[in-house]
Write a protein that binds this ligand. Structure first.
Ligand SMILES: [Zn+2]
Length: 348
């Protein structure tokens, strides 16, 4: 059997998946805390323990594994090497040679020489969504809205089968989409809950980036701004990081403040998609991540606001793509990145 392992390693969780011969395998109960803040040694232990459990439950010996590919949030500085500031809450990850560390660990634990790859999480998601659609797209733009904004672009010639081309960039940080200029005036005008708020500038030094509006970063600055004006909101009594983490629960239970913030984040994703699509001219845009991992009712609202943000921020370009589809990733268990990473190795 040809066994290619993939995984989604993020700041908070790790999810393994596998491409076994030609069968994609994902075990939803396998999500574990990534313990990224404890550094690379602990992270590697988490990754390998989860893969070993995945192999065990699939009745596969580690000696059959050919490759390991991880989808990761954040910037790579070179193929197989993390960037200077990965969003993992521990300095030891900075410029860490993770692919090589995985290959060495596999030799030690599994006596197995294999190939390890790192992929941007958005690119892995694009691979998965492209795979699910077969040849029903030419250019597919995938966006993940979570702690930050991730993106991927898969391209296929009409009628061509097999692996689509995925934009990776020379160092692997292609489609690092969060740091493009946002239409701040449009955003504040279309999201009255934040009217009069003063958005912070992005830590990257480029001003007001789309990530501040289309990811959880919006909640970090937007929630305190709103709570300052609303009397007696339940989240006013909750410490800041925890309050941000509870916005989705409150929105799902109908709280109007949190619902409007959630809608605003979706609008921000639409603005980011408009920027990207003025270049990519995709026929399919798919959005995944924490934003869409919610109730069916809220998913409908999220999709509607993404489309609103996309249409308004596209300006005249919105008339140029009449056949274009915008949709949410279908699975509630947020598995696209892990499966895409496994598939990517299978196609290489
Ligand atoms: Zn930025």
């Amino acid at each position: 059997m040809r066994v290619r392992l993939g995984g989604d390693y993020g700041a908070s969780s790790f999810k393994p998946a596998g491409f076994l011969d030609n069968e994609l395998r994902f075990l939803p109960n396998m999500e574990v805390p990534s313990r990224a803040a404890e550094g690379p040694a602990v992270g590697l232990e988490v990754i390998f323990s989860a893969f070993e459990r995945f192999l065990d439950e699939s009745n596969i010996s580690p000696s059959e594994v050919e490759s390991v590919t991880l989808g990761l949030a954040g910037v790579l500085s070179a193929p197989g090497v993390l960037g200077a500031n990965p969003n993992f809450g521990n300095e030891a990850w900075s410029r860490y040679e993770l692919a090589e560390a995985i290959e060495q660990e596999a030799l030690v634990r599994w006596s197995r020489p294999l190939t390890a790859n790192l992929l941007h999480d958005g690119a892995a998601l694009a691979v998965y969504e492209a795979h699910r659609r077969g040849d029903a797209f030419q250019n597919l733009l995938a966006i993940t809205s979570g702690t930050g904004l991730g993106g991927g672009l898969a391209m296929r010639k009409p009628g061509a089968a097999g692996m689509p081309l995925v934009l990776r960039g020379a160092s692997g940080r292609g489609m690092e989409i969060g740091h493009q200029a946002a239409r701040v005036d449009l955003f504040l005008e279309c999201n009255p809950i934040l009217a009069g708020a003063d958005p912070p500038e992005c830590a990257c030094g480029r001003g007001h980036c789309v990530e501040l509006f289309g990811s959880r970063a919006l909640l970090k600055w937007g929630l305190p701004a709103v709570l300052n004006r609303v009397a007696n909101h339940a989240l006013s009594q909750v410490p800041a990081p925890e309050a941000v983490g509870r916005v989705r629960d409150f929105a799902e239970s109908g709280d109007s403040v949190c619902l409007d913030l959630f809608r605003a984040q979706a609008f921000g994703v639409g603005m980011a998609a408009a920027n990207l699509n003025s270049v990519a001219c995709a026929d399919t845009i798919v959005v995944d991540g924490g934003l869409v991992n919610t109730t069916p009712e809220l998913r409908e609202e999220v999709l509607e606001r993404i489309k609103a943000g996309f249409g308004l921020a596209s300006g005249v370009f919105s008339h140029l793509d009449p056949e274009m589809t915008i949709e949410l990733a279908s699975d509630r268990d947020d598995r696209g990145t892990a499966c895409g990473a496994a598939l990517y190795a299978g196609y290489c």
